[in-house]
Design a protein around this ligand. Structure first.
Ligand code: ACM
Ligand code: ZN
Length: 612
């Protein structure tokens, strides 16, 4: 009896060794539930992929391209369901899954993906792509069951292409990469003081003149002088309507809705330069701003021609963008001219408005009528809440200091959280002295990751107005593609997880490991990502009596080693490992770097002098 029990016990043990559940792959964003099983699915050129017939046209080229570029594999993608005995991936349309929810069940013989709509299948496919591993000479997928659904329906990125024009190829590249992290809204900031970027057939001056500005390259943004009429205007560019259609279609296949922004009534210098009669005082030449401040950039709110003009513009915009939203800006409107303009003042009188703030509400509400007449929903920055507000609008809550993240949902407005301190990835991501030129504030990767878009102060009912979140890439300091990408990645991975993953499942240690894994993916896709998460932050307190400094070093990542020197040499894997505050004499220079356990330097070297 005893021997039999031993035998059973050892068989059980052996069985567990043979059939231990798989290690779960790293995902960004982390799915709702992942249950590991045993065994692997082998992906090869014999693998057949079955997708619903209705999605074949879109999914076949996408899957072909991705499997080819990711794994150099040509799989067969077929419509409908003709199940072979094994080695197939089956996209099965089921009823009742909510919106983008999906399940992914991987067994050795087949991968079963269940979703209700295209969005769910596309998201599931991204999770599947992240689960594929290279195992010696073959690609395998560990068996597991994933059940997943997004926390928020709105998971966005805004690209400002006015301050620095970016090509449609660049835009498509970002849509392609970001959609693989389940970002599903692309907010395209197409107009601003420094350039109008969308062809409007009825008003050709908008791009003939408005898309071009005088060259001030090399002069810091806020110090640029205004252009003169006689100067040549060579910096800029715009998208033709054909370009726009191409981007919108590319995005559609990637489950991304494109939201155009035409920023009015402020931020309109490029528009005014093209059609000066639309401002309050058409008394002098206007030029597209070169950078810096752009005074006299508001459209006249008292002139009906302005609304007719915008109606025409929005007619063309609405035709080009099949999505549900049009963004009308509404931020930072300089009302100096409105105060002096007889037409604006007459409008205030005629409509019994209480000053220029309510004139802005009048303007925005009138634009809202235009937008809804085109069967679109209007989005505006939170400034449109001022005055009498903008009933019916969706709000992007950015001015953290004004608390629009409370005011907008409390006012019953659907709200997208774009908190300046957490989602403005145009801000630096490390110490100013170690980063390329940018605005003063810092949003480190961990700050971006720690963002909670739903304020705890809201009631359960008010919380239902929070649609999601979006990162904003204002581009004053982003002149090149590489700089743009450097600011977006890896912080966009943090935003992707903030927007998709339930808060209880967020975990910084797991996420930073996933980021390291995704550096390889980004590298393969030629993305110029930042490694600022490895920066060592140094600080010290100086003792005035002993002239000694107590030095404190810190980093946002875990699992690595800070090594430092105080003798003017560059730290190496052999340098002193930091294990808490240390003391140095005043006047010494501390140099510190972060090393992985293998002894490789991960980021840049931080250098600072301990001195009063
Ligand atoms: C904004 O940052 N002006 C919306
Ligand atoms: Zn006016």
């Amino acid at each position: 009896m005893k021997t039999r029990m031993l035998l059973i016990a050892s068989l059980l043990c052996f069985g567990t060794m043979l059939y231990a559940a798989n290690k779960v792959p790293t995902f960004v964003p982390q799915p709702e539930s992942v249950v590991a099983k045993t065994g692997h699915f082998v992906l090869s050129k014999k693998t057949k992929v079955f997708v619903p017939q209705a999605y074949l046209k879109d999914l076949r080229p996408y899957i072909h391209t991705k499997f080819q570029s990711d794994y150099d594999l040509k799989v067969q993608v077929l419509g409908g369901h003709r199940t072979p005995s094994s080695n197939y991936i089956f996209f099965e349309k089921v009823k009742g899954n909510k919106d983008e929810a999906y399940t992914l069940d991987i067994s050795p013989e087949r991968v079963l993906i269940q979703a209700t709509n295209y969005a769910g299948f596309f998201d599931a496919l991204q999770t599947l792509r992240q689960a594929i591993e290279r195992d010696q000479e073959q690609y395998t997928i560990p068996c597991m069951v994933i059940k997943d659904a997004p926390r928020f329906a709105f998971r966005g990125i805004m690209l400002d292409v006015s301050r620095h024009f970016q090509t449609k190829e660049f835009v498509k590249k970002q849509i392609d990469i970001l959609s693989s992290y389940k970002i599903n809204k692309f907010h395209w900031h197409l107009t601003d003081d420094q350039g109008w970027r969308i062809e409007i057939k009825k008003y050709p001056n908008l791009t003939a003149k408005g898309a071009w500005r005088a060259d001030r390259t090399g002069i810091t943004w806020w110090q640029r002088t205004a252009a003169t009429a006689g100067e040549s205007k060579v910096i800029g560019g715009y998208y033709t309507q054909e370009d726009i259609k191409e981007v919108v279609e590319f995005a559609r296949i990637r489950n991304v809705e494109v939201i155009p922004e035409i920023d009015v009534p402020g931020h309109s210098k490029a528009l005014i330069a093209s059609y000066p009669e639309l401002t309050c005082f058409d008394t002098h030449d206007f030029e597209v701003a070169t950078g810096g401040k752009a005074p006299n950039n508001a459209l006249c709110a008292g002139n009906d021609t302005v609304f007719d003009f915008l109606d025409d513009v929005f007619t063309e915009v609405a035709r080009l963008f099949p999505g549900q939203y049009i963004h009308i800006g509404g931020d930072e409107c300089n009302k100096t001219n409105w105060k002096k303009c007889p037409k604006c003042q007459q409008r205030i009188k005629d409509n019994d408005l209480n000053g220029e703030e309510e004139l802005q509400s009048y303007f925005v509400q009138r634009i809202n009528k235009i937008i809804t007449s085109k069967h679109k929903k209007m989005i505006g920055w939170d400034e449109i809440l001022s005055g009498k507000g903008a009933k019916g609008a969706t709000i992007m809550a950015w001015r953290a200091w004004q608390k629009p993240d409370l005011a907008a949902p409390r006012g019953g407005y659907p709200t997208i959280m774009t908190n300046f301190h957490h989602t403005y990835f145009c801000q630096l991501q490390g110490p100013k002295s170690m980063e390329p030129e940018g605005p003063g504030a810092t949003i480190s990767l961990s700050t971006a990751y720690s963002y909670e878009p739903v304020p705890a102060e809201l009631t359960a009912q008010e919380k239902t107005y929070v649609l999601g979140t979006e990162a904003c890439m204002w581009a004053e300091f982003l002149p090149s593609e590489a700089h743009y990408e450097y600011m977006m990645y890896p912080r966009m991975l943090a935003l992707a997880e903030v927007a998709w993953t339930q808060p209880a499942l967020k975990n910084w240690d797991r996420f930073q490991e996933a980021v390291v894994h995704n550096f390889d993916v980004l590298k393969k896709n030629h993305v110029a990502y930042s490694t600022s998460m490895y920066t060592v932050y140094g600080s010290f307190a100086l003792d005035e009596l002993t002239f000694e400094g107590q030095v404190y070093l810190n980093t946002e990542t875990t699992g690595n080693i800070i090594r430092y020197t105080t003798d003017n040499t560059v730290p190496t894997a052999q340098s002193e490992a930091y294990d808490g505050v240390f003391i140095v004499k005043s006047g010494r220079t501390v140099q510190a770097g972060l090393f992985n356990p293998q002894g490789e330097l991960l980021g840049k070297i931080t250098v600072f002098k301990v001195i009063k």
